[in-house]
Structure formats: C-alpha cells, structure tokens
Design a protein around this ligand. Structure first.
Ligand code: BGC
Length: 739
C-alpha cells in the first residue's frame, strides 16, 4: 500500500477499530494454541474487541496462523491483517545456546547469521515479530532471567543487540525475516536483590552508562519494536514512564517504531500503586508512549470512554495505529496476509542440516572450559570413560525459553558422546533437583508433577549405587549436572547458586573413589562452584547448549573443537557475593591499594574477593602468552587515535581461538568510574607456536562517561589501557588525554 492509502484507511476506521489495533491477545482468544507464559488474566473484554484485535501473542505454526488470520480478517470491517508476535529469543525450532552462552562465543557474525536462520524458520511458520533481542544488562546471578541476556557488560550487550537485530531483520523483504522487538526497556536486569519483578533504582549515570547502551544500539540498528519492562525505574513504572518511552526513546534516540507493553504490565500499573483503575492505567501508558497493550484489558475497555469524554486526545491513538498499520504495510501483509507462510515452507526451512550445523558451531563456541587440571582434556576414545549424572540422557538441553523447540529434536549428551565411544557406560545417578520445597515454591508444579521429578528414597539409593558401581569400573567419569530448566528464566530468582545438594553428594562420593572427574554443567546462570571445583579435574560450562548440545559437548571433550568460550558474567565464590560484576566503581577503600590494611577495606570477611571465574575468563587446550603491549603515544588529544598493539604467543601445539580483550580505567573523573571497563575485543586464530600482533585503534569517544544528568562527557586526565585474556589478568599502560 502507498502511504496515502494507509492514511485514508486510518481516516476511515471507527474508534473501536482503531483501539482494536492496539490490543494484543494470546491464542485462547482465537481458538488457537496458547503457549503464552505469565499470569493468565480473566481479561473481561468484549467479543467485539477480540474480533478487532490487531495482533496475537505466541500463536505459531503456518497452519494455525493462516487459519486465525483468515478468520480474523473476515471479521474486521476493513479486513486488516493481524500481526503475529512470539518469543523467539534463541531460535525458533533449531535452538541455539541460551543468550548467556551466545554471549560467551563473543562471535557476533555467527550470532547474526544464526538469528537470521531463526527468523527464517519463524517466518515460514507465519510469525512476524520476534520478542528479541533480550539485552538487559544482568549483573546479578540470582535473577533467573540472566539466562536470556548476553551478559553483564554494556559494551558487549550493545554489540550483540546490533548484530541480533541485523540478523532478525535482514531478510524481511523476502519474507524470511522478523521484526525485532528489543526488550525489556529499560534496566529490568537491575531488579533489587536479583528478585524477579522487583523495583529498579539507579543513579542516572549508572542508567546511561551501563543499562541503556544495548537498547540504544538496537534502536540504532533499526529495530522495529521496543518492549517495556515490567518493573518500575526510580519510582515510576516503566510502562507509564514518559521520560523513558518518549523523551529518551523517541526524542533523543529518534525511534519511530512501535512500543509494546510487557505481558499485562499496563494493568499492573494498578498493582504498582501508580494509578487506581484500568482506565487510568490505559491513559497513563498511552500518554507515556505505549502503542500496544499486551494481554491486559486496559486499552480494550478504557480508551473509548477516555476519548469520548475528552480526557484523551484521539490523535494519540491515531499516531499509535498509524505506526502499527505502517509496520503491517512494511511486511507486505495487506498484499499477502500470510507472509508467505505454509507448511511446505516450514518443512523445507526448519531444522535443516545447515541450520543445525551453525547451531552446533555456536554451541561449541559457547562452551567455556573453566578448569583443566593437568590437561586431562581432551579425552581419548580408548580411555575407560563413564557418563554419569541427571543430564546424561535429558533432551532439556534447550532450556526454559525455547518455547517452540522440542526436546525430541535435541541431541543428548549421551548421544553425542556415543559417537566417539559407542558402548559408553551411562547412568543418571541422581535427580536434578531433590529439593521438594524449592519445587513447591515454584508455584506451578502439582504434587504429582513433583513426584515425577523426584525419585523415591529407595530409587535414589539404587541410582546412587548404580552410579558408584559404574564409576568404580571406570578411570574417568564425565558428570553431567546442573539446573532444571525451570530453575532459570522468568520467575526463577534464587538465593542459593550452588548445585543441588544431591548432585554435590554424588560428586563427593565419586571423588572419594579417586576417579578423574570431568564436570559438565548445564545451567542458565553463574553458579557457585567453590565447593566442587577442587573435587573435579575439569569443568566444562556448557549452559543450556540447544538442539545440537550433545554433539557440541562431545566435540569439545574429545578435542575435535578446541574450547574458545569466554565468560560474559562473573562466577562468584558465594551466593552472598551477588550482585557481582567486574566493572564496579572504584571505592575509597579498595582491597588492594588502600592506605588501610587488613580489616578496614571493601571486602567480605568470610569469602575471597572478586570472582572464582571472572568476566572474560575461559581456557583453551594449549596456552597463549600475552608478551607485551605497545602504545603509539603516551599523550593524546580528543581528536587523536591511539594504536594499541598486543603481542601474543601461542606456546602450544594446538590451534587456539583467542579473544583478546581491551579495557580502560579513567583514573580521575567528576563521576566515580569503574575500576575497568571493556571497550573493544578481537577474536583471533593462533596457529601452533606462532607469534601474533593484535592491533586496536582507540579514539576519544571510547573514553567518555555519563554524568548524573545523563550527559555524555569526556574529561582530560590519565587513563589506564589494559589488554589481556580476561578481566583479571591484564597488562596495563597509561596515557594522558590532554585538553
Ligand atoms: C515476558 C516477556 C515475553 C512476554 C510474552 C512476559 O512474561 O516478560 O519477555 O516476551 O511475556 O511471552
């Protein structure tokens, strides 16, 4: 359609029709599948509004979307097609590693390609908008949704935001792409205490410097939609936060796309105590800048009276509807309401060998080798090996938010390893989680479900004994442990980040047999490994590795792939050390370098400081030495470019994929600065025994910071430039920025 036709369509629509466009409902309203998550509200909206609804949530599959589209268009006076939107956060059917694992790849190009694959699969199934990327900076491992984010670093999350948006959107014109909806704007990751749905309270410099950059990068990359956060920020619920949704997003950043609320978050303005009823909630959200109301009755029931009584300017509604019609037009839905989706296309496009191949590569790259005592890994096929642990045969390697993925399509760890050792000894040894109280607290498992998840005491004993017997007859035990899928993701905040007690017991028992242990971890957050790290010989952090997880783990363990993953989150020594992040602000009494000694410095007295495994950390087979760093100058002006040369040496016979990381510290500034922060990185392949020079170019726009009014500033003075393999082990030199 031409813009003129869109405008005349808008002019011809009744107020009810226009309001319908702003309403998003889930499957059950259209007699379709309902796989939406979150509290299901009895919405109490009229059938007329249902018939006029402009978009649907998590209704997927070519057959279903075609059916719903057809029915819905028939009912609408202007036969306007619907938008189908869904959570496609790390793959549609071909499931990638969780975003925290994708972060650990530091491989932006491959992630972009994989996101375009996911978009192609979803488009074939008739979906138009992916509720992704999720790029909330997440600094607290207690927060279950840390799984959905690439990690704790603003610079890295911003890069992933850009490449993920590009991947999703690049093939829209040939109906193989998705509109990206970046979420959750803004700063959801900073919920107090890591507790789900809790409040967020941040200084403006912290907000601008650490939390806003990823969303801004997504907007800059052209993402079509933005989703609000469920939380409040500095006392104002984000869904009614005009400063964020209009002043920053639209006016400062120039965003012209659609803003959607999160699930029921307009209605929840009442629960926040920000407004008193649904009508006020609708008014506050629309006026703040929210175009679509996801799964709440507020727009559906409230907007009409507000306009008729003159309490709301209809023009506000018109603007929102125009943005929605424009998006439908951009997708070509007025000409082809099915977006080219068909079951044939699904069959051709979904879970292809090529897509699985890329997923496997990313699962390999996501794996972080945390420990490798005496180079026990890689293993050899002729060693006497057993696989023990509750994850040995599970297909739940796809994790919690892979709502369209299937465990049946997933390669288990046992299947992967058996490609190397066909008669591998395998047993589970224990449950994943025997903590009945925790399962109860989840709030959605019935007594029967819990019983299915927990073996009886007798069975547990039998399983343990079998495991010990198998271990006793082996030299090396691969132990596949971790978290249940429902321990991570939305509404899964935890205070204890250790492996479940029963898993730790089994590790203890097998360690006591004197066996070599390779601990393979399947989990969605940084874990506390302090009490198991010394009992095992190697730790392979595999996250929820996705559809190809079992193959990737096997390839790493047997050395077909040399691990290259580097953490994008800190692994703490103790749960009480959270939130933990490497780029914390400098304090007046740092642990090292304070005038005080011993007690009166910033530290916990009952656990080591910093991280057990810090941001950026990961081992490979073989060793890279950082020999030196050269700077092209010791003084620069704001218009100069600084050349940083890092000299590396591969001291091994392995080819190593190294992620060279560049950090800075602004030593004196009018707002206290982080002790270090990442400003760039490069992934390089180092051939055996070779010397390599890695060059970075630093310009003054990488040295800026935000003040407490949200202004970006640069101040002359001394900066430390640091390079290394992780955020802890760095070579450092100083420069002066002169004014
Ligand atoms: C989540 C969003 C998700 C939405 C739709 C909400 O509960 O917070 O991330 O996109 O549900 O499924």
């Amino acid at each position: 359609m031409r813009q003129k036709e869109i405008t005349s369509l808008l002019n011809d629509m009744s107020l009810e029709e226009k309001i319908g466009q702003l309403v998003q409902l889930s499957g059950e309203f259209f007699s379709a599948n309902d796989i939406s998550l979150g509290p299901i509200q009895k919405l109490g909206i009229s059938q007329q509004i249902v018939n006029l609804a402009g978009s649907a949530l998590n209704v997927v599959g070519a057959r279903v979307t075609r059916e719903v589209q057809k029915k819905q268009m028939q009912m609408q006076p202007h036969h306007i097609p619907m938008l189908f939107m869904s959570d496609i956060i790390y793959g549609y059917k071909t499931i990638l590693p969780i975003p925290l694992g994708l972060g650990a790849t530091w491989d932006l190009d491959k992630v972009e390609k994989a996101f375009s694959n996911a978009a192609a699969e979803a488009a074939a199934a008739g979906n138009h908008v992916a509720f992704a990327p999720m790029v909330d900076v997440a600094r607290d491992a207690r927060w279950g949704r840390i799984l959905e984010s690439p990690g704790e670093d603003p610079f890295l999350n911003a890069k992933f935001a850009q490449f993920m948006v590009n991947g999703l959107q690049k093939n829209i014109s040939n109906k193989c792409g998705q509109i990206a909806c970046v979420k959750h704007f803004a700063a959801y990751g900073a919920v107090e205490g890591g507790k789900e749905y809790n409040s967020v309270d941040l200084s403006l410099s912290n907000l601008y410097q650490n939390y806003l950059p990823p969303y801004k990068a997504a907007v800059k990359a052209g993402c079509g939609m933005v989703m609000t956060s469920l939380t409040s920020l500095n006392g104002v619920p984000v869904t009614a936060n005009k400063e964020l949704l209009t002043d920053i997003l639209r006016k400062k950043w120039g965003f012209t796309g659609i803003v959607i609320s999160d699930y029921a978050s307009i209605y929840e303005l009442i629960k926040h105590g920000f407004v008193s009823d649904e009508v006020q909630a609708g008014k506050a959200a629309l006026e703040a800048g929210v175009d679509i109301d996801m799964k709440s009755p507020c727009y559906a029931n409230g907007l009409k009276d507000l306009v008729t009584d003159g309490r709301l300017d209809e023009n506000k509604i018109n603007q929102a509807v125009l943005r929605i019609l424009n998006l439908k037009n951009k997708l070509g839905l007025f000409e082809d309401p099915f977006f080219g989706a068909s079951e044939e296309k699904e069959n051709e496009c979904i879970l292809t060998v090529e897509k699985r191949g890329l997923a496997r590569q990313l699962s390999e790259e996501a794996i972080v080798l945390l420990k490798n005592k005496n180079n026990i890994l890689p293993l050899k096929q002729d060693q006497n090996i057993a696989l023990i642990g509750p994850y040995a045969k599970k297909g739940t390697l796809i994790g919690m938010w892979a709502i369209h993925g299937s465990t049946a399509d997933t390669v288990t760890i046992s299947e992967g390893l058996k490609k190397y050792i066909p008669n591998l000894k395998v047993c589970s040894g224990t449950d994943l989680q025997r903590d009945r109280k925790l399962l109860d607290n989840l709030g959605f498992l019935s007594k029967e479900d819990i019983a299915k998840n927990i073996a009886s005491e007798d069975e547990e004993l039998k399983n343990n004994q079998e495991a010990l017997k198998v271990a006793a007859s082996s030299d090396i035990v691969i132990m596949a442990m971790g978290e249940e899928t429902y321990e991570d993701g939305e509404a899964s905040s935890k205070t204890d980040l250790r492996l479940a007690q029963n898993q730790r017991n089994l590790i203890d028992q097998i360690a006591k047999l004197g066996k070599k242990i390779i601990l393979v971890l399947i989990n969605g957050r940084p874990l506390v490994l302090s009490d198991v790290a010394d009992k095992v010989d190697a730790i392979v952090e595999a996250w929820f590795p996705g559809t190809e997880g079992g193959n990737a783990i096997a390839n790493v363990i047997f050395g077909k792939y040399n691990p290259s993953g580097r953490l994008t989150v800190d692994f703490p020594y103790a749960s009480g050390a959270e939130p933990l992040y490497y780029n914390h602000l400098a304090t007046g009494r740092p642990e090292n370098g304070s005038q005080h000694i011993g007690r009166f410095v910033s530290k916990y007295i009952d656990c080591p400081q910093g991280a057990l495994y810090p941001f950026g950390f990961g081992l490979s087979y073989g060793k890279v030495k950082y020999n030196s760093m050269e700077l092209s100058a010791s003084r620069i002006t704001v218009s100069d470019q600084l050349k940083v040369t890092v000299n590396l040496e591969n001291q091994s016979d392995f080819t190593i994929n190294e992620t060279v990381q560049l950090y800075i510290h602004d030593e004196v500034a009018s707002v206290v600065q982080p002790v270090k922060r990442l400003i760039d990185f490069k992934k390089v392949e180092l051939k055996p025994r070779k010397l390599v020079k890695v060059i970075f170019k630093v310009t003054s726009n990488q040295l800026t910071f935000f003040d407490n009014h949200g202004n970006e500033k640069i101040e002359p003075g001394r900066f430390a430039i640091m390079a290394g393999p992780n955020s802890r082990d760095l070579i450092s030199k100083e420069i002066d920025l002169i004014g």
